[in-house]
Unconditional design. Structure first.
Length: 266
């Protein structure tokens, strides 16, 4: 007896066993008044549709964009450029989240109704980063600001912070898009976005290897990154990660504005 014949025999046995039970179920269903069946079916359909609608509504309504990054990367300057079109020279390291709801400064002269953006600048100090968790569940997107001028000296720390962000459940489950914004590009010695992207990928690859080697009890990450056996790249992330450039000092923040309007529709 070949494999096909054995499979046919097992299938027939399953049908013989299942058929009486299916018949019993059919008989029980027929005994239920049609009005009750229609009501139950209607309630089920409405429940499913309502659940889908509420999910879609929550995602569409979100207008929060979070600014994160190391201290000194220029997050607060970017915040003021987006809000006021000014660098507010003399800004200092933020110790509390800096937030506001407003129409982007570059759009204030535009006609028609524009949806205000709720922008949150989260302090970059390691002790204050826990505040990030308060905003991620409602975020439509996250901008991770990197100091392109002092990048080599901060690359490891930036990669660690970014790794922690990209492996958070709130980021992964909702697939929150992330923009890595390379700031201070007006400086001649600033590094390019391609160089920064490659270096961050290399550092995160090292982190991924070292953290995988640690016991699960010691790992603070909620998800792992990348494909096992392959060098890490941002294209392997659960969510979309892109890289752009900006100059908070000169007001060149159009790529950040583009990212914001892509995820907070006017």
């Amino acid at each position: 007896m070949d494999g096909m014949e054995q499979w046919q025999i097992k299938l027939q046995e399953f049908v013989n066993i299942a058929h009486p039970k299916i018949y019993q179920i059919q008989q029980k269903i027929h005994q239920i008044p049609k009005s009750q069946l229609y009501t139950a079916f209607t309630v089920l359909i409405l429940t499913v549709l309502l659940s889908l609608f509420l999910r879609l509504l929550r995602r569409r309504k979100s207008n929060t964009i979070v600014l994160a990054g190391l201290s000194g990367s220029g997050k607060t300057v970017i915040f003021y450029q987006l809000r006021d079109g000014s660098s507010h020279q003399g800004t200092v390291t933020s110790m509390e989240p800096n937030e506001g709801t407003f129409v982007l400064h570059s759009e204030k002269d535009k006609k028609g109704k524009l949806k205000p953006v709720h922008l949150v600048d989260v302090p970059g100090h390691s002790r204050l980063r826990l505040k990030l968790e308060d905003y991620l569940p409602h975020a439509a997107g996250l901008i991770f600001v990197v100091d392109a001028l002092e990048f080599l000296s901060t690359c490891r720390a930036a990669a660690e912070y970014l790794y922690d962000i990209l492996t958070k459940a709130s980021i992964v489950k909702r697939k929150i898009p992330v923009l890595i914004l390379c700031n201070k590009i007006e400086k001649v010695t600033a590094h390019s976005k391609d160089f920064i992207r490659k270096q961050l990928e290399k550092e995160i690859d090292k982190l991924r290897t070292s953290r995988t080697a640690i016991s699960d009890a010691d790992i603070i990450s909620e998800y792992t990154l990348g494909v096992p056996g392959e060098p890490f790249s941002f294209s392997q992330c659960y969510n979309k990660v892109t890289v752009a450039e900006a100059s908070g000092l000169t007001g060149e923040v159009w790529q950040a504005e583009q990212f914001i309007r892509e995820h907070v529709k006017p």
